[in-house]
Design a protein around this ligand. Sequence first.
Ligand SMILES: Cc1cc2nc3c(=O)[nH]c(=O)nc-3n(C[C@H](O)[C@H](O)[C@H](O)COP(=O)(O)OP(=O)(O)OC[C@H]3O[C@@H](n4cnc5c(N)ncnc54)[C@H](O)[C@@H]3O)c2cc1C
Length: 396
Amino acid sequence: MSSTGNGPGLRVAVVGAGIGGLTAVAALKRHGVRCDVYEQAEHLREVGAGLQLAPNASGVLHRLGLAEPLRRVAVRPAAVEMRRWDTGTLLGRTELGDACERRFAAPYLTVHRADLHRILATACPEGSLHLGSRCTEVVEHDEGVQLRFADGSSRHADVVIGADGIHSAVRAGLAADAPRYSGTVVYRGLVPADRLPRHRDDPHVRLWLGPGKHCVVYPVAGSSLVNVVATLPAREWAGESWTARGDVADVRAAYADWHADVREVLDALDEVGLWALHDRDPLPSWTRGHRTVLGDAAHPMLPFLAQGANQAIEDAAALATCLSPVSEPASVPEALARYDEVRRARTGRVHAGARRNHGMLHLPDGSEQRRRDAELREATDLATQDWLYGYDAFAV
Ligand SMILES: Cc1cc2nc3c(=O)[nH]c(=O)nc-3n(C[C@H](O)[C@H](O)[C@H](O)COP(=O)(O)OP(=O)(O)OC[C@H]3O[C@@H](n4cnc5c(N)ncnc54)[C@H](O)[C@@H]3O)c2cc1C
Protein backbone atom coordinates (compact mmCIF):
# COMPACT_ATOMS: atom_id res chain seq x y z
CA MET A 1 0.00 0.00 0.00
CA SER A 2 1.34 3.43 -0.87
CA SER A 3 1.84 5.94 1.89
CA THR A 4 1.30 9.55 0.92
CA GLY A 5 1.33 11.03 4.41
CA ASN A 6 -0.75 14.09 5.18
CA GLY A 7 1.83 16.81 5.41
CA PRO A 8 1.52 19.12 8.39
CA GLY A 9 -1.69 19.08 10.42
CA LEU A 10 -3.88 16.17 11.42
CA ARG A 11 -3.49 12.76 9.87
CA VAL A 12 -7.06 11.86 8.91
CA ALA A 13 -7.96 8.41 7.59
CA VAL A 14 -11.32 7.69 5.96
CA VAL A 15 -12.29 4.02 5.60
CA GLY A 16 -14.61 3.47 2.61
CA ALA A 17 -14.86 5.42 -0.63
CA GLY A 18 -18.64 5.35 -1.06
CA ILE A 19 -20.72 8.50 -1.37
CA GLY A 20 -20.25 9.36 2.32
CA GLY A 21 -16.49 8.75 2.44
CA LEU A 22 -15.76 10.67 -0.76
CA THR A 23 -17.91 13.61 0.36
CA ALA A 24 -15.94 13.68 3.63
CA VAL A 25 -12.67 13.87 1.69
CA ALA A 26 -14.03 16.70 -0.48
CA ALA A 27 -15.45 18.59 2.53
CA LEU A 28 -12.22 18.26 4.52
CA LYS A 29 -10.26 19.45 1.48
CA ARG A 30 -12.44 22.58 1.42
CA HIS A 31 -11.21 23.29 4.96
CA GLY A 32 -7.62 22.59 3.96
CA VAL A 33 -7.50 19.25 5.81
CA ARG A 34 -5.76 16.53 3.83
CA CYS A 35 -6.85 12.94 4.34
CA ASP A 36 -6.31 9.47 2.99
CA VAL A 37 -9.21 7.24 2.03
CA TYR A 38 -8.89 3.46 2.11
CA GLU A 39 -11.29 1.46 -0.06
CA GLN A 40 -11.52 -2.33 -0.10
CA ALA A 41 -12.51 -2.55 -3.79
CA GLU A 42 -9.75 -2.84 -6.38
CA HIS A 43 -11.62 -0.45 -8.69
CA LEU A 44 -13.97 2.41 -7.94
CA ARG A 45 -17.45 1.51 -9.04
CA GLU A 46 -21.02 2.08 -7.94
CA VAL A 47 -24.10 -0.01 -8.57
CA GLY A 48 -26.33 0.98 -11.45
CA ALA A 49 -29.23 2.58 -9.66
CA GLY A 50 -30.77 5.97 -9.09
CA LEU A 51 -30.66 8.28 -6.11
CA GLN A 52 -32.83 11.20 -5.07
CA LEU A 53 -30.77 14.13 -3.84
CA ALA A 54 -32.82 16.55 -1.77
CA PRO A 55 -31.76 20.18 -1.15
CA ASN A 56 -30.25 19.29 2.24
CA ALA A 57 -27.61 17.28 0.33
CA SER A 58 -27.48 19.01 -3.06
CA GLY A 59 -26.79 22.27 -1.16
CA VAL A 60 -23.72 20.64 0.44
CA LEU A 61 -22.47 19.44 -2.94
CA HIS A 62 -23.00 22.89 -4.44
CA ARG A 63 -20.93 24.45 -1.67
CA LEU A 64 -18.19 21.93 -2.38
CA GLY A 65 -18.00 23.42 -5.87
CA LEU A 66 -19.79 20.53 -7.60
CA ALA A 67 -22.90 22.34 -8.91
CA GLU A 68 -21.76 22.41 -12.51
CA PRO A 69 -20.71 18.74 -12.91
CA LEU A 70 -23.90 17.73 -11.05
CA ARG A 71 -26.09 19.84 -13.33
CA ARG A 72 -24.65 18.03 -16.37
CA VAL A 73 -25.73 14.56 -15.17
CA ALA A 74 -28.70 15.19 -12.88
CA VAL A 75 -32.39 15.66 -13.60
CA ARG A 76 -34.44 18.32 -11.82
CA PRO A 77 -37.93 16.77 -11.51
CA ALA A 78 -40.96 19.06 -11.59
CA ALA A 79 -42.75 17.40 -8.66
CA VAL A 80 -43.23 14.30 -6.52
CA GLU A 81 -46.52 12.60 -7.29
CA MET A 82 -48.17 9.84 -5.26
CA ARG A 83 -50.84 7.73 -6.89
CA ARG A 84 -53.12 4.89 -5.93
CA TRP A 85 -51.95 1.44 -7.05
CA ASP A 86 -55.06 0.34 -8.99
CA THR A 87 -56.91 3.41 -10.28
CA GLY A 88 -53.87 5.71 -10.55
CA THR A 89 -55.83 8.38 -8.64
CA LEU A 90 -53.54 11.25 -7.62
CA LEU A 91 -53.12 11.17 -3.81
CA GLY A 92 -50.70 14.05 -3.45
CA ARG A 93 -48.39 16.26 -5.50
CA THR A 94 -45.52 18.30 -4.06
CA GLU A 95 -43.93 20.88 -6.35
CA LEU A 96 -40.16 20.56 -6.73
CA GLY A 97 -38.36 22.38 -9.58
CA ASP A 98 -38.15 26.17 -9.14
CA ALA A 99 -40.43 26.24 -6.09
CA CYS A 100 -38.13 23.91 -4.19
CA GLU A 101 -34.96 25.68 -5.29
CA ARG A 102 -36.39 29.07 -4.23
CA ARG A 103 -37.42 27.82 -0.81
CA PHE A 104 -34.26 25.87 0.05
CA ALA A 105 -31.65 27.65 -2.12
CA ALA A 106 -30.69 24.30 -3.63
CA PRO A 107 -32.39 21.95 -6.09
CA TYR A 108 -34.12 18.60 -5.70
CA LEU A 109 -32.28 16.29 -8.10
CA THR A 110 -32.31 12.71 -9.29
CA VAL A 111 -28.99 11.16 -10.31
CA HIS A 112 -27.41 7.90 -11.32
CA ARG A 113 -25.33 6.77 -8.34
CA ALA A 114 -22.33 6.07 -10.58
CA ASP A 115 -22.43 9.65 -11.92
CA LEU A 116 -22.45 11.14 -8.42
CA HIS A 117 -19.71 8.78 -7.29
CA ARG A 118 -17.50 9.72 -10.25
CA ILE A 119 -18.00 13.44 -9.60
CA LEU A 120 -17.05 13.01 -5.95
CA ALA A 121 -14.00 10.89 -6.84
CA THR A 122 -12.67 13.62 -9.13
CA ALA A 123 -12.96 16.10 -6.24
CA CYS A 124 -10.53 14.02 -4.13
CA PRO A 125 -6.94 15.28 -3.96
CA GLU A 126 -4.51 13.32 -6.11
CA GLY A 127 -2.92 10.42 -4.29
CA SER A 128 -5.45 10.40 -1.46
CA LEU A 129 -7.37 7.33 -2.63
CA HIS A 130 -5.95 3.89 -1.77
CA LEU A 131 -7.79 1.06 -3.51
CA GLY A 132 -7.56 -2.61 -2.57
CA SER A 133 -7.21 -1.60 1.10
CA ARG A 134 -9.63 -3.54 3.27
CA CYS A 135 -9.52 -2.34 6.85
CA THR A 136 -9.91 -5.23 9.27
CA GLU A 137 -9.40 -3.55 12.63
CA VAL A 138 -8.92 -0.20 14.32
CA VAL A 139 -6.80 -0.19 17.47
CA GLU A 140 -7.00 2.86 19.70
CA HIS A 141 -4.10 4.55 21.48
CA ASP A 142 -4.10 7.60 23.73
CA GLU A 143 -3.08 9.86 20.87
CA GLY A 144 -4.68 8.28 17.86
CA VAL A 145 -5.49 5.02 16.15
CA GLN A 146 -3.79 2.28 14.22
CA LEU A 147 -5.59 0.91 11.20
CA ARG A 148 -4.88 -2.67 10.22
CA PHE A 149 -5.49 -3.95 6.71
CA ALA A 150 -6.20 -7.35 5.20
CA ASP A 151 -2.81 -7.39 3.42
CA GLY A 152 -1.04 -7.23 6.80
CA SER A 153 -0.05 -3.58 6.57
CA SER A 154 -1.02 -0.90 9.07
CA ARG A 155 -1.17 2.90 9.30
CA HIS A 156 -1.31 5.40 12.12
CA ALA A 157 -3.86 8.22 12.06
CA ASP A 158 -4.91 10.98 14.44
CA VAL A 159 -8.54 10.49 13.38
CA VAL A 160 -10.30 7.58 11.70
CA ILE A 161 -13.66 8.11 10.02
CA GLY A 162 -15.53 4.89 9.32
CA ALA A 163 -17.50 5.45 6.10
CA ASP A 164 -17.52 1.74 5.35
CA GLY A 165 -21.23 1.08 5.04
CA ILE A 166 -23.72 -1.10 6.90
CA HIS A 167 -21.15 -3.87 7.59
CA SER A 168 -18.65 -1.33 8.93
CA ALA A 169 -15.43 -2.68 10.44
CA VAL A 170 -14.87 0.68 12.16
CA ARG A 171 -18.31 0.52 13.82
CA ALA A 172 -17.58 -3.01 15.02
CA GLY A 173 -15.27 -1.52 17.66
CA LEU A 174 -18.08 0.71 18.95
CA ALA A 175 -21.02 -1.69 19.22
CA ALA A 176 -21.77 -5.39 19.02
CA ASP A 177 -25.13 -4.93 17.29
CA ALA A 178 -26.33 -6.57 14.07
CA PRO A 179 -28.30 -5.41 11.02
CA ARG A 180 -32.06 -5.98 11.16
CA TYR A 181 -33.89 -7.44 8.17
CA SER A 182 -37.00 -5.39 7.33
CA GLY A 183 -39.08 -8.15 5.70
CA THR A 184 -38.96 -6.22 2.43
CA VAL A 185 -36.90 -6.57 -0.72
CA VAL A 186 -36.53 -4.12 -3.59
CA TYR A 187 -36.08 -4.75 -7.27
CA ARG A 188 -34.13 -1.97 -8.97
CA GLY A 189 -33.52 -1.47 -12.66
CA LEU A 190 -32.81 1.13 -15.33
CA VAL A 191 -34.67 1.48 -18.62
CA PRO A 192 -33.45 3.44 -21.69
CA ALA A 193 -35.67 6.54 -21.63
CA ASP A 194 -36.66 6.12 -25.31
CA ARG A 195 -38.86 3.25 -24.14
CA LEU A 196 -40.62 5.45 -21.58
CA PRO A 197 -40.66 8.90 -23.26
CA ARG A 198 -43.25 10.35 -20.86
CA HIS A 199 -40.86 9.90 -17.94
CA ARG A 200 -38.06 11.54 -19.93
CA ASP A 201 -40.07 14.46 -21.32
CA ASP A 202 -42.08 15.22 -18.17
CA PRO A 203 -39.64 14.42 -15.34
CA HIS A 204 -41.31 13.63 -12.02
CA VAL A 205 -40.65 11.38 -9.06
CA ARG A 206 -43.69 9.10 -9.32
CA LEU A 207 -44.77 6.77 -6.52
CA TRP A 208 -47.60 4.26 -6.71
CA LEU A 209 -48.78 3.01 -3.31
CA GLY A 210 -50.61 -0.25 -2.72
CA PRO A 211 -51.12 -2.98 -0.13
CA GLY A 212 -47.72 -4.31 0.97
CA LYS A 213 -45.89 -2.77 -1.98
CA HIS A 214 -44.94 0.46 -3.65
CA CYS A 215 -43.18 1.38 -6.87
CA VAL A 216 -41.03 4.49 -7.50
CA VAL A 217 -40.05 5.76 -10.97
CA TYR A 218 -37.89 8.75 -11.97
CA PRO A 219 -35.45 9.68 -14.73
CA VAL A 220 -31.66 9.92 -14.15
CA ALA A 221 -28.47 10.40 -16.19
CA GLY A 222 -29.63 13.60 -17.90
CA SER A 223 -32.99 11.89 -18.58
CA SER A 224 -31.35 9.21 -20.74
CA LEU A 225 -32.41 6.46 -18.30
CA VAL A 226 -35.47 5.82 -16.16
CA ASN A 227 -34.85 4.38 -12.68
CA VAL A 228 -37.40 1.89 -11.34
CA VAL A 229 -37.62 0.69 -7.72
CA ALA A 230 -40.31 -1.86 -6.82
CA THR A 231 -40.68 -3.13 -3.26
CA LEU A 232 -42.07 -6.51 -2.28
CA PRO A 233 -42.64 -8.21 1.06
CA ALA A 234 -40.43 -11.25 1.65
CA ARG A 235 -40.63 -12.80 5.08
CA GLU A 236 -37.16 -14.26 5.00
CA TRP A 237 -33.96 -13.56 3.18
CA ALA A 238 -32.04 -16.77 2.67
CA GLY A 239 -29.26 -15.53 0.38
CA GLU A 240 -25.72 -15.10 1.70
CA SER A 241 -25.43 -11.74 0.01
CA TRP A 242 -27.99 -8.98 0.39
CA THR A 243 -27.86 -8.18 -3.29
CA ALA A 244 -28.55 -10.56 -6.11
CA ARG A 245 -29.69 -10.66 -9.69
CA GLY A 246 -33.47 -10.58 -9.73
CA ASP A 247 -35.93 -12.05 -12.19
CA VAL A 248 -38.04 -9.47 -14.05
CA ALA A 249 -40.81 -12.07 -14.36
CA ASP A 250 -41.15 -12.15 -10.55
CA VAL A 251 -41.60 -8.42 -10.17
CA ARG A 252 -44.01 -8.24 -13.13
CA ALA A 253 -46.09 -11.05 -11.63
CA ALA A 254 -46.18 -9.31 -8.24
CA TYR A 255 -47.55 -6.14 -9.85
CA ALA A 256 -49.76 -7.86 -12.46
CA ASP A 257 -52.99 -6.34 -11.11
CA TRP A 258 -51.55 -2.81 -10.71
CA HIS A 259 -52.34 0.23 -12.86
CA ALA A 260 -51.33 0.08 -16.54
CA ASP A 261 -48.73 2.86 -16.02
CA VAL A 262 -46.87 0.70 -13.50
CA ARG A 263 -47.08 -2.38 -15.70
CA GLU A 264 -45.79 -0.38 -18.67
CA VAL A 265 -42.67 0.59 -16.69
CA LEU A 266 -42.04 -2.95 -15.41
CA ASP A 267 -42.58 -4.40 -18.89
CA ALA A 268 -39.84 -2.10 -20.21
CA LEU A 269 -37.18 -3.57 -17.88
CA ASP A 270 -34.60 -5.96 -19.36
CA GLU A 271 -33.01 -6.88 -16.04
CA VAL A 272 -33.26 -6.08 -12.35
CA GLY A 273 -31.10 -6.26 -9.25
CA LEU A 274 -32.55 -7.44 -5.97
CA TRP A 275 -31.74 -5.92 -2.55
CA ALA A 276 -32.81 -7.18 0.86
CA LEU A 277 -33.49 -4.10 2.98
CA HIS A 278 -31.77 -3.93 6.35
CA ASP A 279 -31.21 -1.20 8.90
CA ARG A 280 -29.85 -1.08 12.45
CA ASP A 281 -31.18 0.44 15.66
CA PRO A 282 -29.67 3.84 16.49
CA LEU A 283 -26.52 3.73 18.65
CA PRO A 284 -26.12 5.64 21.93
CA SER A 285 -22.77 6.93 20.62
CA TRP A 286 -20.88 6.87 17.29
CA THR A 287 -17.61 8.08 18.63
CA ARG A 288 -14.86 6.83 20.87
CA GLY A 289 -11.68 8.81 21.33
CA HIS A 290 -10.20 9.35 17.86
CA ARG A 291 -12.67 7.12 15.99
CA THR A 292 -16.06 7.96 14.55
CA VAL A 293 -18.43 6.78 11.82
CA LEU A 294 -20.67 8.38 9.21
CA GLY A 295 -23.31 7.40 6.65
CA ASP A 296 -24.53 3.81 6.63
CA ALA A 297 -21.73 2.85 9.03
CA ALA A 298 -23.35 5.14 11.61
CA HIS A 299 -27.07 4.98 10.86
CA PRO A 300 -28.09 2.51 8.17
CA MET A 301 -31.73 3.32 7.43
CA LEU A 302 -34.53 2.03 5.26
CA PRO A 303 -34.80 3.89 1.94
CA PHE A 304 -38.41 5.02 2.55
CA LEU A 305 -37.54 8.68 3.00
CA ALA A 306 -34.87 8.50 0.23
CA GLN A 307 -32.37 9.99 2.68
CA GLY A 308 -29.58 7.43 3.38
CA ALA A 309 -27.04 9.00 1.03
CA ASN A 310 -28.37 12.49 1.76
CA GLN A 311 -27.65 11.96 5.45
CA ALA A 312 -24.19 10.57 4.67
CA ILE A 313 -23.48 13.80 2.74
CA GLU A 314 -24.77 15.91 5.63
CA ASP A 315 -22.59 13.90 8.07
CA ALA A 316 -19.52 14.56 5.94
CA ALA A 317 -20.14 18.32 5.86
CA ALA A 318 -20.79 18.50 9.61
CA LEU A 319 -17.75 16.39 10.47
CA ALA A 320 -15.48 18.53 8.30
CA THR A 321 -16.79 21.67 10.05
CA CYS A 322 -16.17 20.13 13.49
CA LEU A 323 -12.65 18.97 12.59
CA SER A 324 -11.56 22.07 10.67
CA PRO A 325 -10.33 24.13 13.68
CA VAL A 326 -8.44 21.16 15.17
CA SER A 327 -4.68 21.14 14.72
CA GLU A 328 -3.58 19.01 17.68
CA PRO A 329 -4.42 15.30 18.03
CA ALA A 330 -5.31 15.95 21.68
CA SER A 331 -8.29 18.11 20.58
CA VAL A 332 -9.77 15.43 18.33
CA PRO A 333 -12.04 13.69 20.88
CA GLU A 334 -13.78 16.95 21.75
CA ALA A 335 -14.42 17.79 18.08
CA LEU A 336 -15.75 14.30 17.40
CA ALA A 337 -18.00 14.48 20.45
CA ARG A 338 -19.56 17.66 19.06
CA TYR A 339 -20.14 15.97 15.69
CA ASP A 340 -21.63 12.95 17.43
CA GLU A 341 -24.05 15.04 19.48
CA VAL A 342 -25.35 17.10 16.57
CA ARG A 343 -25.61 14.35 14.01
CA ARG A 344 -27.11 11.59 16.15
CA ALA A 345 -30.07 13.81 16.99
CA ARG A 346 -30.63 14.76 13.35
CA THR A 347 -30.21 11.31 11.80
CA GLY A 348 -32.26 9.71 14.59
CA ARG A 349 -35.26 11.70 13.45
CA VAL A 350 -34.73 10.78 9.79
CA HIS A 351 -34.12 7.11 10.65
CA ALA A 352 -37.40 7.00 12.63
CA GLY A 353 -39.25 8.68 9.75
CA ALA A 354 -37.98 6.06 7.31
CA ARG A 355 -39.17 3.23 9.59
CA ARG A 356 -42.57 4.92 9.99
CA ASN A 357 -42.92 5.25 6.24
CA HIS A 358 -42.31 1.53 5.83
CA GLY A 359 -45.71 0.78 7.29
CA MET A 360 -47.37 3.93 5.99
CA LEU A 361 -46.46 3.35 2.34
CA HIS A 362 -47.70 -0.25 2.39
CA LEU A 363 -51.07 -0.05 4.20
CA PRO A 364 -53.75 -2.50 3.10
CA ASP A 365 -56.84 -0.85 1.64
CA GLY A 366 -59.17 0.17 4.45
CA SER A 367 -59.78 2.89 7.02
CA GLU A 368 -56.11 3.46 7.91
CA GLN A 369 -55.21 3.76 4.24
CA ARG A 370 -58.05 6.26 3.68
CA ARG A 371 -56.78 8.32 6.62
CA ARG A 372 -53.26 8.23 5.16
CA ASP A 373 -54.52 9.29 1.74
CA ALA A 374 -56.38 12.22 3.30
CA GLU A 375 -53.14 13.24 5.05
CA LEU A 376 -51.17 12.95 1.83
CA ARG A 377 -53.62 15.32 0.14
CA GLU A 378 -53.11 17.81 2.98
CA ALA A 379 -49.33 17.53 3.27
CA THR A 380 -48.33 18.66 -0.23
CA ASP A 381 -46.93 22.06 0.79
CA LEU A 382 -43.14 22.23 0.62
CA ALA A 383 -43.20 23.88 4.05
CA THR A 384 -43.91 20.44 5.54
CA GLN A 385 -40.38 19.50 4.41
CA ASP A 386 -38.61 22.44 6.03
CA TRP A 387 -37.25 20.29 8.85
CA LEU A 388 -35.69 17.88 6.35
CA TYR A 389 -34.67 19.93 3.29
CA GLY A 390 -33.94 23.20 5.09
CA TYR A 391 -31.11 21.79 7.25
CA ASP A 392 -27.67 23.39 6.89
CA ALA A 393 -25.10 20.71 7.70
CA PHE A 394 -22.15 23.13 7.58
CA ALA A 395 -23.76 25.25 10.31
CA VAL A 396 -23.03 22.82 13.17
C1 LIG B 1 -33.28 0.57 -2.85
C2 LIG B 1 -32.53 1.70 -2.24
C3 LIG B 1 -32.81 3.00 -2.66
C4 LIG B 1 -32.14 4.07 -2.10
N1 LIG B 1 -32.47 5.33 -2.51
C5 LIG B 1 -31.87 6.38 -1.92
C6 LIG B 1 -32.20 7.72 -2.31
O1 LIG B 1 -33.01 7.95 -3.22
N2 LIG B 1 -31.58 8.75 -1.67
C7 LIG B 1 -30.67 8.52 -0.66
O2 LIG B 1 -30.17 9.49 -0.10
N3 LIG B 1 -30.33 7.28 -0.27
C8 LIG B 1 -30.90 6.20 -0.87
N4 LIG B 1 -30.53 4.94 -0.50
C9 LIG B 1 -29.53 4.76 0.58
C10 LIG B 1 -28.11 4.93 0.10
O3 LIG B 1 -27.87 4.06 -0.97
C11 LIG B 1 -27.11 4.64 1.22
O4 LIG B 1 -27.54 5.22 2.42
C12 LIG B 1 -25.73 5.23 0.86
O5 LIG B 1 -25.23 4.64 -0.29
C13 LIG B 1 -24.73 5.05 2.01
O6 LIG B 1 -23.48 5.55 1.61
P1 LIG B 1 -22.18 5.25 2.44
O7 LIG B 1 -21.07 5.96 1.73
O8 LIG B 1 -22.42 5.54 3.87
O9 LIG B 1 -21.98 3.67 2.37
P2 LIG B 1 -21.72 2.66 1.09
O10 LIG B 1 -22.35 3.26 -0.10
O11 LIG B 1 -22.13 1.36 1.58
O12 LIG B 1 -20.14 2.76 0.92
C14 LIG B 1 -19.26 2.09 1.77
C15 LIG B 1 -17.91 1.93 1.07
O13 LIG B 1 -16.99 1.36 2.00
C16 LIG B 1 -16.30 0.29 1.40
N5 LIG B 1 -15.91 -0.62 2.49
C17 LIG B 1 -16.74 -1.43 3.21
N6 LIG B 1 -16.05 -2.09 4.15
C18 LIG B 1 -14.75 -1.68 4.02
C19 LIG B 1 -13.55 -2.02 4.72
N7 LIG B 1 -13.54 -2.89 5.74
N8 LIG B 1 -12.38 -1.43 4.34
C20 LIG B 1 -12.37 -0.53 3.30
N9 LIG B 1 -13.49 -0.20 2.59
C21 LIG B 1 -14.65 -0.77 2.96
C22 LIG B 1 -17.29 -0.30 0.41
O14 LIG B 1 -16.65 -1.05 -0.60
C23 LIG B 1 -17.96 0.98 -0.12
O15 LIG B 1 -17.22 1.53 -1.19
C24 LIG B 1 -31.16 3.85 -1.09
C25 LIG B 1 -30.83 2.54 -0.70
C26 LIG B 1 -31.51 1.47 -1.29
C27 LIG B 1 -31.15 0.07 -0.86
